[in-house]
Design a protein around this ligand. Sequence first.
Ligand code: AMP
Ligand code: MN
Ligand code: MN
Ligand code: MN
Length: 275
Amino acid sequence: MRFDLHCHSTRSDGLLSPTEVVRRAASRGVDVLALTDHDDTSGLAEARAAADEAGIAFVTGAELSVSWDDITIHVVALRFDPDHAALLGGLEQIRSGRDGRARRIAESLAAAGIPGAYEGARRYVTSERLISRTHFARFLVEAGHVHEMKDVFLRYLTPGRPGYVAHAWASLGDAIGWIHAAGGQAVLAHPGRYKVSSAGLKGLLGDFRDLGGDAIEVLSPSHQATQIAQFAALARSHGLAASTGSDYHGPGESWLDLGDLPPLPFGVEPVWKHW
Ligand code: AMP
Ligand code: MN
Ligand code: MN
Ligand code: MN
């Protein structure tokens, strides 16, 4: 069975509609797919219908933006009730901060000599519910400030660089609480991507586990082979299950295509063990 439990559509910062994501996943041999748009579940009904039509299994998903210590982390929610009020309210609360943040990102870019970024980013927004740094990144490429999407975050939009602004997202405890209230599982997304020391990473994994977190992404495009082994060992030592996801955003913008993932390393418990 081929699982892909992390990807994005036009309901957040992906380039393909929920239906297109599902069809592409099916054509690439994915058996079980979760659509995990940032802070939103509005694409799930469409994706589920497309999955039924394509004959693949579909799992509800979302990727929640969370503030932990002084960094932003992402928590993937899987297999929850998509109509649960606590989770929907929590996601709405997270989304509600995004427009003000986007205006502050634009002010920061304007101060660095790049005017018009808010309007520019808005041109790439595909869901009125959500504006993200990815939309700013597409604008910065279009406006010629960087050549390629993969270089944007090296020069802009990240801590210490123009276009980065601090922002308070949900707390880790709230995020896990909403996911569990809705009957879902909480997965720490791409742990290899966080700019923390190894002590900081252990602190994060410890907090995540103590707050009830269920699994970590062991397989992710952000992880090199040595990190895959490292996160498999950390999952085991923390009593956490393991998940896998391409974090696909669309053609030309992703390191891995849908379903392009090796099997989980030996000895970890898959997050889908009890599905
Ligand atoms: P936001 O939730 O608005 O902070 O936007 C985060 C999104 O920006 C991520 O989900 C990625 O799609 C994109 N992103 C962040 N950092 C990078 C990076 N280093 N390379 C490519 N995309 C990135
Ligand atoms: Mn994204
Ligand atoms: Mn993420
Ligand atoms: Mn993602």
